[in-house]
Design a protein. Structure first.
Length: 108
């Protein structure tokens, strides 16, 4: 469980998510439906700066090659992210955000 408070798209989305959590706790909605509410209500993943990506890798005490392997991307791509030549997107950005929130062990 994350130690940071979830960020919502708006106050309305926070209220909707809170109501859904209550329904989930009493068994009125299932886990799949709750996950759909999680995705719909929580703030989308934000872009990461090259320095932030490098800091994540260094905090994990990994080389670019090892970090790339953990993310299932090429070493060259990690290098390009860290130099700002390319920006992570899609699943890679989601994994980087997860590492930022929960640490490298969350994906290993």
């Amino acid at each position: 469980m994350s130690s940071t408070k979830p960020r919502y798209k708006s106050e309305l989305m926070e209220a909707i998510h809170s109501a859904a959590e209550g329904l989930y706790r009493v068994g009125a909605i299932d886990q799949i439906t709750m996950r759909n509410f999680d995705v719909a209500c929580l703030t989308p993943v934000e872009p990461m700066k090259p320095t932030a990506i490098r800091a994540l890798r260094q905090k994990a005490k990994m080389s670019q090659a090892t970090f790339a392997s953990a993310l299932n991307v090429t070493t060259s791509l990690v290098s390009q992210w860290e130099r700002g030549e390319k920006k992570p997107s899609g699943p890679s950005l989601k994994l980087l955000s997860l590492i930022k929130r929960k640490g490298i062990d969350a994906i290993l």
